[in-house]
Design a protein around this ligand. Sequence first.
Ligand SMILES: O=C[C@H](O)COP(=O)(O)O
Length: 251
Amino acid sequence: MRRKLAAGNWKMHGTGADLAEIATLARTHADPACEVLICPPATLIERAAREVRGSALMIGAQDCHSAPQGAHTGDISAAMIRDAGAGHVILGHSERRQDHAETSAVVHAKATAALHAGLITIICLGETLADRERGATLDVIGQQLAGSTPDAARGENTVIAYEPVWAIGSGHVAHPDQIAEVHGFLRERLAHRFGTGVAAMIRLLYGGSVKPANAAGIFAIPDVDGALVGGASLRAESFSPVISALEQAAA
Ligand SMILES: O=C[C@H](O)COP(=O)(O)O
């Protein structure tokens, strides 16, 4: 049985004052019926991990380097993330694929390093609007999945997040049929590569303009095991109802 996951990606938002949001979520969702993860910027990981100690909330990072250590100014390794108190790392987000020219091969190398360090990876995939309009969505998603996911991926160490680039931060959530089609395709590709047993255990998240108002509808779609939430995860008052909707879907 796949445990549902509500993951918040704070992106480049948040300072120490915003840790109060995490404290509120930890109190409000003391015994959640789903997993709850917050991925703050790297500067807050250690303090956030301290904030959630003794609660059900988990803390993750937004990226890691593929090398265990070395001369890589400004980067952080998977082991450093673990050491700071995080257990998850988001990899291959479309903003990193775009801003830092990350290819699927780079994401694969980072995921391999993260798994080696004992982190759970959340590997992000998604088509652009141009990809969708030329009918290439499943081709793009299939290539990103094959190229980014290490052979060692299993239900306990890997989560896949489908985030259509055009739905991120735009207010245009993908249509349920579009989400269902891609998630069904992902499950089928994972089964083809890893076998049905492993594929049945890997969680598939949807991301892109998830809000309190649309969360329940998204969580009712087959093969959606939770969400990767950007803007709405920044405040407890908007992330909490999303978590509650996922808890309802898990019941
Ligand atoms: O990682 C999160 C996604 O990019 C979604 O962001 P959003 O919820 O602000 O659209």
